[in-house]
Write a protein that binds this ligand. Structure first.
Ligand code: SAH
Ligand code: SF4
Length: 426
């Protein structure tokens, strides 16, 4: 989501005739788009701000700004106080004010007019064939560990017609693959006056209906979305996984396999319910690749609780997990109600155990692709090798030419590693 917001910010800068540079010392404006999900992410912003403050001593006209999640959650100004030499500090939705504020600080920068809704700013993407499409901002779920509802506010869903218009425009400009974004993407709700096609087979779940509509867009080849919540994976959304443009991959965060911890996290699902969803998904799409998010070392997580996460991991036979060590976030319910009482060393140990399990499982699963053909959207070319993702979101490398970038090709797999499969074009 932050990447997509950065693409909008880049497009605002371009409309102001500004150009980007990789060298901070050359910049007139440095804007940091911050993430608050874990302490380490915010620590990076503090350390950058110290670096840029030094730069500012040499170049007093340099404008340093911070947007993203940190300003959103900094209700009492404590975070801003720790930042050095920051001129502007504003939540993401206020990026539409950026041109005016910048021109006030530096009259050489000419303001431009933007619509009030920041999502209406067209993101700038380096490649034409892949794009993010934000469906919703914020979140109402209040998982106890999570800062998102504070940093991003309550859930706001974009109207159907804005989403369809954005996707059609992308496709007209050569986009083949879209990634739909939302904190609970499968809880996207249509507006009262949003109109779906008469032929749309889904009746209950607005997100499933939206997926069907997007599947009707000619020349769009691939649809991916992240992140769904298990409690909203109903029959219709599971059925929509079989729609032709849907990638053969789903990322379904579970966070923990232990019911006591899940309850403490306010995840509103159990180990059993999650397994049932995975079973139903595999009934519809037996060869689907599945990814998840897990937090280890949440408050009061015992060794025994953790073994439930290990067993759930084995039962689900995940292809990938983004595992995080629990990081206490000020202002969250967990910060107020519980004690962050699992030691850092223990968090690390549990993290390594899951990592090991993931590597064992993924290698075995990747080997099942040997001698099979996969469809690859080529996104890079370097030193004679093309790279891209298969529909299972496996990373594929194969010898090819630069003109294959942006094309979808079939590749026969001849070698399988943990994170890369190698093959040859067929
Ligand atoms: N809305 C999505 C995920 C949002 S945050 C969902 O509900 O699944 C992305 C991931 O960051 C989460 O899935 C979680 O695994 C991790 N995360 C969130 N807060 C965290 C915290 N305080 N400590 C460690 N990991 C955290
Ligand atoms: Fe955070 Fe939970 Fe909302 Fe995901 S669903 S963004 S983890 S509060």
């Amino acid at each position: 989501m932050n990447k997509n917001d950065s693409e909008r910010i880049e497009s605002i800068f371009q409309s102001m005739n500004m150009i980007s540079t990789d060298k901070p010392e050359d910049a007139d404006v440095i804007l940091m788009n911050s993430c608050s999900i874990r302490e380490s992410a915010e620590d990076r912003i503090y350390s950058f701000s110290h670096k840029f403050a030094k730069l500012k001593e040499k170049k007093p006209n340099l404008i340093v700004a911070v947007t993203g999640c940190m300003p959103g959650r900094d209700k009492d100004g404590k975070l801003r106080k720790r930042l050095k030499a920051v001129d502007l500090f504003f939540p993401t939705k206020d990026v539409i004010m950026l041109p005016r504020w910048l021109s006030e600080l530096n009259p050489e920068l000419r303001p431009i007019d933007l619509e009030e809704d920041y999502l209406s700013v067209k993101p700038y993407t380096k490649t034409k064939f892949q794009a993010f499409v934000t469906l919703q901002t914020g979140c109402n779920q209040f998982c106890t560990y999570c800062v998102v509802p504070y940093a991003r506010g309550m859930e706001i869903n974009r109207p159907l017609k804005n989403i369809l218009a954005e996707v059609k425009n992308l496709v007209d400009n050569g986009c083949l693959e879209i990634t739909l974004l939302g904190q609970i993407v499968n809880h996207w709700l249509a507006k009262k006056d949003d109109k779906f096609s008469k032929e749309n087979p889904y009746k209950q779940n607005d997100f499933a209906k939206l997926l069907w509509e997007l599947n009707q867009i000619e020349r769009l080849e691939r649809i991916h979305w992240t992140a769904p919540h298990p409690i909203y994976m109903d029959e219709e959304v599971i059925d929509a996984l079989t729609l032709p443009k849907q990638l053969n991959f789903i990322h379904l965060p579970v966070q923990s396999g232990n019911n006591k911890i899940l309850k403490k996290m306010n995840r509103k699902h159990t180990h059993e319910l999650y397994l049932e969803k995975i079973k139903k998904i595999r009934e519809k799409k037996p060869d689907i690749a599945i990814g998840t998010d897990i937090i280890v070392g949440f408050c009061d997580e015992t060794e025994e609780d953790f073994t439930d996460t290990i067993s759930l991991y084995q039962e689900c036979d995940f292809d990938i997990s983004y595992t995080a060590k629990y990081s206490n976030r000020s202002g969250t319910l967990a910060d107020k109600l519980f004690i962050d009482n699992v030691t850092q060393d223990e968090k690390k140990r549990r993290w390594f155990l899951l990592q090991q399990l993931m590597e064992d499982i993924v290698l075995r699963k990747n080997q099942t692709y040997l001698n099979k053909n996969v469809s690859v959207l080529v996104d890079t070319f370097k030193n004679g090798m093309c790279g891209g993702n298969s529909r299972e979101m496996k990373r594929i490398n194969f010898p090819g030419q630069p003109d294959l970038v942006g094309k979808i090709v079939n590749v026969a797999i001849i070698e399988a590693g943990h994170w890369i499969l190698w093959g040859k074009m067929v």
